[in-house]
Design a protein around this ligand. Sequence first.
Ligand code: NAG
Length: 143
Amino acid sequence: MWLLPVLFLLVVQGHFSTCVQRTVRGTAMGTLTVHCTYGRGWESYKKWWCRGYEWDSCKILVKSTGSEQLVKKGRASIQDNHSRRIFTVTLEDLWYDDADTYWCGIEKAGNDLGYKVYVDVDPASGGCCTPGPWSLPSTSRGG
Ligand SMILES: *[C@@H]1O[C@H](CO)[C@@H](O)[C@H](O)[C@H]1NC(C)=O
């Protein structure tokens, strides 16, 4: 089983040093927010947010312009913050089928940089059993 450590090294190499992979939880029907940090020197590069388990074949949902301008595409948005060296990605109207592997990435010559983010979608608090206003017991009736 010596292959596993070797594979792990290959995956980690060339990726962000601060944060290799993690899980982010969102709420169904809510907005998912992911903060991707990066190192000094990458401020003016284009950042992207990609969906798919495989790095090579993931689908880029939204890409920044290299400035701090907010870019929105469909349900996804991306905004870079050069002074904090964080780009923030959001995904609106989250649903269970959005749970997947995503990548925070930086576009550069040669191979892009990127790291994996697992997205999980939780039911809204109370889930399906939260009573809507239409089903609240009418306690004042007849009173
Ligand atoms: C970047 O972060 C700083 C500090 O939180 C904030 O003051 C600034 O408005 C942010 N810039 C953008 C473009 O969001």
